[in-house]
Design a protein around this ligand. Sequence first.
Ligand SMILES: Nc1nc2c(ncn2[C@@H]2O[C@H](COP(=O)(O)OP(=O)(O)O)[C@@H](O)[C@H]2O)c(=O)[nH]1
Ligand SMILES: [Mg+2]
Length: 404
Amino acid sequence: MSFFKKLKEKFVQEPMEKAIEESMEKKEEKGPVTPEPEETVEEAELLEGETEVQEAEEALEEPDLPNEPDAEAQQPESEEETQPKEANIASKFKMGLTKTRNSFTSKINDLVARYRTVDEDFFEELEEVLISADVGVNAVMEMIDELEMEVKRRNIKDTQQVKEVISEKLVELYYGDEDKGAVEELQTNTDGLTIYLFVGVNGVGKTTTIGKLAHQLKSEGKKVTLAAGDTFRAGAIDQLDEWGKRAGVHVIKHSEGSDPAAVIYDGIQSAKSKQADVLICDTAGRLQNKVNLMNELSKVKRVIEREVPGAPHEVLLVLDATTGQNAMSQAKTFSEATDVSGIVLTKLDGTAKGGIVLAIRNELEIPVKLVGLGEKVSDLETFDAHAFVYGLFADMIEEQTEEE
Ligand SMILES: Nc1nc2c(ncn2[C@@H]2O[C@H](COP(=O)(O)OP(=O)(O)O)[C@@H](O)[C@H]2O)c(=O)[nH]1
Ligand SMILES: [Mg+2]
């Protein structure tokens, strides 16, 4: 099966069919007296694999009236019930990557239109297109080599067909030699408090991401505490406090200028006494001098390690995708100052150069764990390379698979 088709099935068709099937099952169970399932079927039939899928998902849940005993509704989510989420994730990546896709797709289409057959010049220009999307020079070189081999191996002559191989190779490029297709969820503590430490320079989106994550974890039923470890500016403390209020989670804060390690210490004690599941720690990312940064971060980390053995479970470096190569150099500095376990790449929605995801993974060998796809509380997703590539090629995928 073609790769585009596989992506379409994974993110659009299967989830859609599932949603329709489930709504039919619900309808049968409830009998014709309940009006809602009827509506659900109609809605599900209209699905285009876009945001409507989420609506359908919600609609499917609606018929579970609170007082009605419903054995199925009380069961933990089965594999099948998670399917419609795939469509939801794909549509979020599609939305968030609009700028990158528009720029990337038009360049690729233009290239394919100009070169009917695959040759050296075609690859050279393709190299430029990928570099202009911030994929990173080394990653692009690797990619082009792989692509040339694959095109030879499959005896592809028509540039139209190369589009699909590009998308396939981008996914491979992201995963490298590792297990293909594995989505890297955040690590958790199976035995007590999970602690996430957020680091990164000012303005990249640390506090916003913490707010979004707190909201997500809370809606999964987790008890969350936030620690306002960015004590450098009063505004930063208030901002985290505001997110805490919105998400309905507890925030531990001290006054401006106080010792971040002390705030985090208090955060840990509070989280422990409240039996919270997750503590998320904000920090200031002052980069004026690497020695200071290193000292501050290692002090904070020492406190965390001492209070909860095995913590922090993630040290997440937040990078702003719109800053391109600057983000790469920040990543280098921070990895030297502390052990970064994962990257959060924010503001992917604000750049046409979303290829930076691939460069980061390829050059730094640190996994991208979360991506920010907008400013809203729901605009945070676990990074999924397949969904990312779907988002990049969505127009081509939809166009091509319709032709088949
Ligand atoms: N468009 C967009 N804006 C974002 C995203 N994440 C954060 N921001 C914005 O980036 C700005 C700085 O965020 P903030 O959380 O204060 O950064 P911090 O200094 O690292 O804590 C704010 O205006 C956020 O709304 C994102 O994924 N997309
Ligand atoms: Mg902040």
